[in-house]
Design a protein around this ligand. Structure first.
Ligand code: PLP
Length: 401
């Protein structure tokens, strides 16, 4: 194919001209997608093991999500939060019925859901007049890209050149309870934690560690915020990740897979914390948008079905077994970590993940990375066994090239 007939290249060149250089996207431009298959502008097919980084929970163009969106689009798009809407109320009802939470606040992304969570936690303590405003977060965590969220995260790379940062944030070591204990004071308002650190390479919290963090919070009057932006909505084989640990958070944030590809964020909490937020204390123009909520309502209806969640666990076993076979054959991975359909393959060769991603694209497989040495898979939760097999063949092809 020469440059004149290569439709990917034309658009990709235009991308370089007109887009801020903060991403390094693949060379191809997708044209359409269905299930876990994606076709580019030149009609090359890819199997999608990336799931839009754990967003396309039901794959591309799921017929039930398409009709939820279509039906809502003919009724009502937007009115603002001066007026409520039925899809938002229905979605909040489902989320509160299915979780620890009594109340929901809607926004548009994971970063915004976390901003609301931290604001709620501080406001709760402010209303109690106890002077608690410090937040404990964790090394290697990721909570988003707003100034608050890069301060909660501990990546120098994400922070470089963007200071000054919000104050009152301290960092403990993940899976090290004594490091958490050492930071708790009479000023601590909340601990924010991911049940599995996704961006760090799918690193799960140890059961006793997370239970220990919950106990420390309870004993010390500290709120536990679970960032389930990536781990939630079936990703780990439970509706939310906390359910796998037998504990409950005080505040939970969701986004990504909640909308199945439509932007939405949600912050869930209990009545006593919610009641510290009064009219005008926080808000969002698009939060609770009827189109996004109508789709998310359908996502939750489908994903919360116990049979669906059981299948996620079965597919995890299938995919991990196949990956172990591939790894043995090609001496590819030092370790394979999984938590539901969320898998991190630690490469034997550090720092080579971007090259491997490019080879995956060439072989017709979409994957994502985490850090410099982890190949990450977060496919659609309803990916078929055939699509899993096809994706694995493409991975083998990439590893042998
Ligand atoms: C655990 C976690 N929290 C928050 C975010 C930020 O979400 P968003 O990019 O929608 O702002 C992400 C995104 O990767 C995430 O993985």
């Amino acid at each position: 194919m020469n440059d004149n007939t290569d439709k990917n290249k034309k658009l990709r060149d235009l991308y370089e001209q007109v887009m801020l250089p903060n991403y390094a996207p693949a060379d191809f431009i997708p044209e359409k997608a269905s299930g876990s298959s994606v076709w580019d502008k030149n009609n090359k097919k890819f199997i999608d093991f990336g799931g839009g980084i754990a967003v396309n929970s039901l794959g591309h163009s799921h017929p039930k999500l398409v009709s939820a969106l279509n039906e809502q689009s003919k009724k009502l798009w937007h009115l603002s939060n001066y007026i409520s809407n039925e899809p938002a109320i229905n979605l909040a009802k489902q989320l509160t019925d299915l979780t620890f939470a009594d109340k929901v606040y809607f926004s548009n992304s994971g970063s915004e859901a976390n901003e609301a969570a931290i604001k709620m936690a501080r406001r709760y303590h402010h209303e109690k007049g106890n002077g608690r405003d410090e937040i404990i977060a964790f090394n290697n965590s990721f909570h988003g890209r707003s100034l608050l969220n890069i301060s909660l995260g501990a990546s120098d790379n994400h922070r470089k050149g963007f200071g000054p940062f919000p104050a009152g944030i301290r960092h403990a070591t993940y899976n090290d309870l004594s490091s958490v204990k050492a930071l708790i004071t009479a000023k601590t308002a909340a601990i924010i934690i991911e049940p599995v650190q996704g961006e760090a390479g799918v690193v799960p919290a140890k059961q006793e560690f997370l239970v220990g963090v919950r106990d420390l919070c309870t004993q010390n009057g500290v709120l536990l915020i679970m960032d389930e932006v990536q781990s939630g909505v079936g990703r780990m084989g439970n509706l939310f990740g906390y359910m796998a640990f037998g504990i409950e958070p005080d505040i939970l944030t969701s986004a990504k897979g909640l909308g199945g590809g439509i932007p939405i964020g949600a912050t869930l909490t209990k009545n006593d914390i919610a009641s510290s937020m009064s009219v005008g204390s926080h808000g969002s123009t698009f939060g609770g948008n009827p189109m996004a909520c109508a789709v998310a309502d359908k996502v939750i209806e489908i994903v919360s079905n116990p049979n669906f969640l059981q299948e996620v666990k079965e597919k995890e076993t299938l995919l991990v077994n196949k990956l172990e076979g591939v790894s043995k054959k090609h001496q590819a991975f030092r370790e394979i970590r999984s938590s539901g359909l969320w898998i991190g393959c630690e490469l034997n060769n550090n720092g080579e993940v971007n090259e491997l991603l490019d080879r995956c694209y060439e072989s017709g497989l979409i994957a994502v990375s985490a850090g410099t040495s982890t190949l990450r898979f977060a496919p659609a939760l309803n990916i078929s066994e055939d699509e899993i097999s096809e994706g694995i063949e493409r991975l083998e092809d990439a590893l042998s090239s």
